[in-house]
Design a protein around this ligand. Structure first.
Ligand SMILES: Nc1ncnc2c1ncn2[C@@H]1O[C@H](COP(=O)(O)OP(=O)(O)O)[C@@H](O)[C@H]1O
Ligand SMILES: [Mg+2]
Length: 417
């Protein structure tokens, strides 16, 4: 008879572990011992960027919780049950777990074949209890190693001309991502001379993007962390000076490094571009996952949108077309191009159509608040929410729900055992 082979202890070189990015981490522990180790791990400096919540109740509590709530970037679950009961629990978890969530399972079965089975089917890692803090940190960081996979996404907002609302829309979308959808987000305000992010959030950071762009040799994630201003729990701002005194020429290569770092440390980066065209903007466009063009239903905006679309086709030939937002619609007192006509003229669908609403937008700026706070039921708020959901791929995720990566095999295992 074969005695089961145990899982070899992984070599953990604690010192060299990089800090985890600004991700949401949830842990559902089944034993007080693991709960305590998890709490100690959560207090480690390498977890300090994360938003970690720890619960007891093991996998059943997790299943109940995620029936209502989306699963986080990293989910740690413990089960003290024997093999078959544990597989049943995992199968239930698979029903509610998004395919994007990386799952670390802690079990009380020290058997290499069990480990291999779970691993081969998309479980991020399997650890046999008792677990140690270095072991947990090593496991988490292996799953989110910056070089292993570019974690974050970059959405860049460009206005078809000055004053169309590109910045205010970028800020509101970033805020919705971070507050409503609880996703760590950084706003990079690249409008060095006239940036308004500080005003919109009613903050006045002493440092920001200018310090990053002027410090090419010192740029790393620790240095950049110090330049970020925390606007709310999950929203950080890399602010522009918003002053013509301090303008420098942006170096494409330095900007690329900044965006690389943001991408590896934050799930989302929202780039707010100035309107005046500069060569460095191409570097930012190359790093962008989703481009949002904000336009108004006027002739000049239409012409500029067309040239932006053509330019983007040339430099991003294999990407999805940009998202188009029509803003300040039905302003009154001016001839307007109807949205459907605008859409067919530029060859883009209109993703969001935001009415002109001087009252709401004016009040938001005055209060340093967001549209969803000032007028949550307004058409503008609903359209902004739609745009945020589209960027986060929420609709897609809902369609995908129930098709978790590790579901099929768990079903099979269950039948076998
Ligand atoms: N739909 C809207 N209704 C009323 N005012 C708006 C609307 N969208 C933007 N604004 C206002 O227009 C001004 C310019 O917006 P901003 O975002 O700075 O433009 P951009 O970044 O495109 O130059 C701001 O005062 C903003 O509050
Ligand atoms: Mg702007």
């Amino acid at each position: 008879m074969n005695t089961p082979q145990t899982i070899p202890a992984a070599a953990t070189t604690e010192e060299s572990l990089p800090p985890l990015p600004r991700i949401n981490v949830h842990a559902f522990c089944d034993t007080p011992e693991t709960l305590q180790v998890m709490q100690t791990a959560a207090a480690d400096r390498r977890m300090s960027r994360t938003f970690t919540e720890i619960f007891s109740g093991g996998i059943p509590a997790a299943v109940q919780y995620y029936a209502q709530t989306p699963t986080p970037h990293l989910l740690v679950v413990e089960s003290a049950k024997p093999r078959e009961a544990m597989l049943n629990e995992l199968a239930a978890l698979a029903q509610v777990c998004s395919p994007e969530t990386r799952v670390v399972v802690i079990g009380h079965i020290n058997d290499i074949s069990f480990y291999r089975l779970l691993m081969s089917q998309g479980v991020g890692d399997y650890l046999a209890a008792p677990v140690s803090v270095p072991q947990l940190l090593a496991s988490f960081s292996a799953l989110f190693r910056p070089e292993a996979e570019q974690l974050g996404k970059v959405a860049t907002f460009m206005g078809a001309k000055g004053g169309v609302g590109a910045s205010v829309i970028a800020h509101n979308v970033a805020w919705l991502m971070s507050e409503k959808h609880e996703t760590g987000t950084v706003i990079a305000d690249l409008d060095l001379a006239f940036g308004t992010a500080g005003l919109d959030f009613n903050v006045d950071p002493a440092q920001g993007i200018l310090d990053a762009l002027a410090s090419r040799e010192r740029l790393d994630s620790t240095f950049l962390d110090r330049l970020l201003h925390k606007c709310s729990e999950r929203l950080m701002l890399l602010a522009s000076p918003g002053s013509v005194d301090k303008v420098i020429d942006i170096q494409s290569e330095t900007l690329e490094v900044v965006l690389d770092i943001l991408r590896s440390t934050s799930p989302w980066t929202v780039v707010d571009m100035p309107t005046a065209w500069g060569d460095w903007m191409k570097a930012a466009l190359v790093q962008t996952d989703t481009l949002v063009i904000v336009s108004t239903p006027e002739l000049a905006s239409l012409r500029n949108t067309k040239s932006l679309v053509d330019m983007l086709k040339a430099i991003r030939p294999n990407d999805e077309p940009p998202l188009l937002v029509l803003n300040q619609v039905e302003m009154g007192n001016r001839p307007e191009i109807p949205p459907a006509k605008f859409s067919s003229a530029v060859g883009l669908e209109v993703t969001a159509e935001i009415p002109f609403d001087a009252q709401t937008f004016g009040q938001a700026v005055t209060n340093g608040q967001m549209i969803a706070e000032v007028a949550p039921k307004s058409k503008a708020a609903l359209e902004l929410e739609r745009l945020a959901a589209r960027l986060l791929g929420i609709e897609e995720q809902q369609e995908k729900s129930g098709r978790s990566i590790f579901q099929p095999i768990l079903e099979k295992l269950k039948r076998k055992s």
